[in-house]
Write a protein of this length. Sequence first.
Length: 112
Amino acid sequence: MKQVMVIRMDLKMGKGKTAAQACHGSLGAYKRADERIIKKWESEGEKKVVVKAKDLRELYEIYELVKNTDIPHYLVQDAGRTELPKGTVTCLGIGPDEDEKIDKITNELKLL
């Protein structure tokens, strides 16, 4: 069981901003997960992985793949209070779910 956050790298966000966007992705996807999946993920240590998407196009390609599954996911749009304009898509949270299911979508992405 794991959860993956896919971060857009073309935005050149600061470290704190990147961390905050990953947190939004994590919580957003978590809130959409089934209770039994959450319990299993929590019992296995709540593994989280953060990976890179080179730009919005690549992030949307991943989003389109995950939309056609039953994996919980959340597309993060920035509120526009600091570094980015309001509505900027920054991150995609995927899972928690089975490693194998998520790996089919994210396995080729590099770690942040």
